[in-house]
Write a protein that binds this ligand. Structure first.
Ligand SMILES: Nc1ncnc2c1ncn2[C@@H]1O[C@H](COP(=O)(O)OP(=O)(O)O)[C@@H](O)[C@H]1O
Ligand SMILES: [Mg+2]
Length: 287
């Protein structure tokens, strides 16, 4: 993990008004270009952490830095942060408010004071990235849940953030909708956007993420997804189970059915490749 630290919380503590501490002395880093899955049980503070990273909440103690420079929480500082980090909240109905898809997606760029030409270019680019160009003139209240989610993400993408933070983006989507969203996120990653996703789906995280961060009562534990998601102790502390791919891989290796130190399988396709290779006596190495 030699990629540079783009966004970091150092010693961050936070409690909601009149509430108990949610996060205490937390260190957390987002590295440029690494797809990061943030995992933890309900109520562990994933949403709170994402709101701290995007500047919607301010830590009571500690600080948020962008490329090592502390964020200032005045108008200028927060505008600069918004062009670096964009958060897409879990429920699209908390994010969408304009009458049509195109209007909603143009809101952020308009607020940056960009020219009409530039705003139109950004909206077109962002609708295309989310595969919703055909919905540009559709009233937001007539959209399906999946279309509302895509519109909310398009609004964030139109800000051209370096880091896109998504709070449980696959929750509520059907399997096809989940696959399409992951493909869309892969496209954004290829274009250089750093993507952070909160989820409690360990299988999805193993398959999708470069790095995983487990939020436990003792802090955040971050590392390569295949390593972190094989740590039974950390997963238990985070209230999560072992991904099925890690469990199957262990079983196959324990039975001598596959060899090698490869991780996973991370997907049904990788499982098929492993089993096929072992049956044909070939190299059972996961690509
Ligand atoms: N707006 C709020 N006001 C008061 N307490 C909150 C608020 N939002 C979340 N909490 C509390 O903060 C803790 C962490 O919540 P949250 O960050 O939403 O966790 P997660 O996203 O992992 O489910 C929980 O105990 C929750 O009840
Ligand atoms: Mg949450």
């Amino acid at each position: 993990m030699s990629e540079s630290v783009l966004l970091a919380l150092r010693g961050a503590s936070f409690a909601y008004e009149d509430g108990p501490p949610v996060l205490g002395g937390l260190d957390f880093e987002v590295r440029e270009g690494r797809a990061l899955a943030l995992l933890g049980r309900n109520g562990s503070g994933k949403t709170t952490l994402m709101r701290l990273l995007s500047g919607g909440l301010r830590p009571d103690d500690g600080e948020l830095t962008v490329e090592g420079r502390p964020v200032r929480y005045d108008r200028t500082g927060l505008t600069a942060l918004r062009t670096t980090v964009q958060l897409v909240v879990q429920d699209p109905d908390d994010q969408l408010f304009a009458a049509s898809v195109g209007q909603d997606v143009s809101f952020g760029p308009l607020n940056l004071g960009l020219s009409d030409t530039e705003v139109r270019a950004r909206v077109a680019e962002s609708l295309a990235a989310l595969d919703i160009t055909a919905l540009a003139d559709r009233p937001t209240h007539l959209l399906s849940y999946g279309q509302r989610k895509r519109t909310a993400i398009a609004g964030a993408v139109a800000m051209r953030p370096r880091v896109l933070i998504l709070d449980e983006p696959t929750a509520g989507l059907d399997p096809d909708g989940q696959e399409r969203l992951l493909a869309t996120l892969d496209g954004l990653r290829e274009n250089g956007t750093t993507v952070v996703m909160a989820t409690h789906d360990v299988d999805l995280a193993l398959r999708w993420a470069d790095d995983a961060a487990l939020l436990t009562p003792s802090g955040a534990h971050t590392g390569p997804a295949a390593d972190v998601l094989a740590r039974t102790d950390l997963l238990a502390a985070a209230g999560l189970r072992l991904p099925w791919g890690v469990a199957v891989g262990r079983l196959l290796r324990a039975q001598g059915l596959v060899t090698g130190s490869a991780v996973g399988p991370r997907s049904p396709e990788e499982l098929a490749a492993l089993v096929t290779a072992s049956v044909t006596g070939g190299d059972a190495h996961v690509p």
